[in-house]
Design a protein around this ligand. Structure first.
Ligand code: HEM
Ligand SMILES: *[C@@H]1O[C@H](CO)[C@@H](O)[C@H](O)[C@H]1NC(C)=O
Ligand SMILES: *[C@@H]1O[C@H](CO)[C@@H](O)[C@H](O)[C@H]1NC(C)=O
Ligand SMILES: *[C@@H]1O[C@H](CO)[C@@H](O)[C@H](O)[C@H]1NC(C)=O
Ligand SMILES: CC(=O)N[C@H]1CO[C@H](CO)[C@@H](O)[C@@H]1O
Length: 334
């Protein structure tokens, strides 16, 4: 008897047919989710983010990072937007959240206000954050990708859930790879998503170990391009007092979403230790090399990885709610 497919392939197909669980939740999301209930959804989000990005050009980077943090802690459910109260220390309170951009919170709140006027009680804050992020990435030059809609907003937001659920600059590559693979992302997706650091900035304390406290024999990481290291050291000389001092993640084209981040790395122009590590580790270097010479390959892979990130752990149906205000659970007791 002849199999129409090689046996292992057939086996794999059966597995995917009988084990659809990981995609079950996502299948409830759709591109046209608000077509009938809030037909101007796309237009309202696009106009709101466009106005905000023009007046505050840091919005795009701030929002992309906010979205990453939201999705990696309890899924893309806008739990990061919840304000703390006397009963609950919300995610925003976690130390790592202190540097989240106020403009990113603002743009979601503005869009929510405009959407509540047009179609009250319909659009979730998590859908707004996902859609706003995509529109902002496109606005600063990045690739378009589809954002399927229908996320519900989460009912839990705890500062204690943040630590351990977000990557840190002092992660070894082993730890970084584990972090992403445990959450269903490949090494290639880790490299592609790190390309988000083609925009935005980092505070000195995130990279001063590389400047002043690298090793017993060399206070400065010798891999940093010397003139770049000098500039950073001068800027961050008083970082413990001047806590606002920051440097661009992509020093060459800081506001443009492009593949310059990858071109910078082999030249010693990467800022964060985890970014520089991408070009040192044999698991990740091939992808850095590819994206550095081929922006189309980077854009394709970034777009696919963002689509995947955008549905990470989403809640649908009765697993969540459509918040009336993005910073408050609907139930006052939560
Ligand atoms: C790979 C592990 C990652 C680590 C260790 C990391 C770490 C950091 C750190 C320390 C900052 C600076 C925060 C500050 O001082 O204000 C930062 C900024 C940023 N990160 Fe990441 N990140 C990672 C992955 C990602 C991913 C996957 C994305 C999105 C796809 C992303 C997007 C951003 C953006 C856009 C900024 C700039 C924020 C702004 O300008 O307001 N990061 N990241
Ligand atoms: C990494 O940094 C975090 C936050 O600054 C700190 O809590 C943690 O102990 C550090 N881990 C290592 C291994 O140094
Ligand atoms: C330098 O690193 C060592 C070991 O991680 C740490 O004990 C020390 O506090 C650091 N010094 C500064 C100035 O950060
Ligand atoms: C760049 O990558 C794209 C997408 O993978 C591919 O189609 C194209 O052939 C590559 N270009 C070059 C010059 O290798
Ligand atoms: C942007 C933002 O909301 N950051 C918050 C992080 O946590 C600190 C400490 O509670 C708040 O003051 C910030 O507003």
């Amino acid at each position: 008897m002849a199999f129409p497919f090689p046996f292992p392939l057939l086996f794999l197909m059966i597995i995917t047919i009988i084990l659809p669980f990981p995609s079950l939740v996502h299948s409830k999301l759709s591109l046209g989710y608000y077509q009938k209930t809030c037909p101007d959804f796309e237009k309202i989000v696009r106009e709101t983010v466009t106005n905000k990005q023009i007046t505050s050009p840091v919005t795009a980077a701030g929002t992309l990072r906010l979205f990453f943090h939201d999705c990696m802690v309890d899924g893309c459910d806008a739990s990061v937007l919840i304000s703390s109260n006397s009963f609950n220390q919300a995610e925003r309170e976690a130390e790592i959240n202190h540097s989240l951009s106020g403009d990113a919170f603002d743009v979601v709140v503005h869009a929510k206000t405009n959407l509540e006027l047009a179609c009250p009680g319909i659009v979730s804050c998590s859908d707004i954050l996902a859609q706003a992020t995509r529109d902002l990435v496109v606005m600063v030059g990045g690739p378009f990708y589809n954002v399927r809609l229908g996320r519900k907003d989460g009912m839990i937001s705890k500062a204690g859930n943040v630590e351990g659920n977000l990557p840190r600059v002092n992660f070894t590559m082993d730890k970084l790879v584990d972090y992403f693979t445990q959450r269903g992302f490949t090494v290639q997706e880790l490299v592609a998503l790190s390309g988000g650091h083609t925009i935005g900035f980092s505070h000195c304390k995130e990279f001063t170990d590389r400047l002043f406290n690298y090793s017993a024999t060399s206070p400065t990481d010798p891999d940093i391009y010397p003139k770049f290291a000098e500039k950073l050291k001068a800027m961050c000389a008083n970082f413990q007092k001047d806590t606002a001092m920051s440097a661009f993640n992509d020093v060459i084209t800081p506001g443009k979403f492009d593949n310059m981040f990858y071109q910078n790395l082999p030249r010693g122009l990467g800022l964060l230790a985890t970014d520089h590590a991408l070009v040192k580790d044999p698991r990740t270097k091939p992808f850095v090399d590819l994206y550095a010479v081929n922006q189309t390959a980077f854009f394709n892979d970034f777009a696919r990885a963002m689509e995947k990130l955008s549905v990470h752990g989403v809640k649908t149906g009765r697993k969540g709610e459509v918040r009336r205000r993005c910073d408050l659970f609907n139930s006052i007791n939560s």
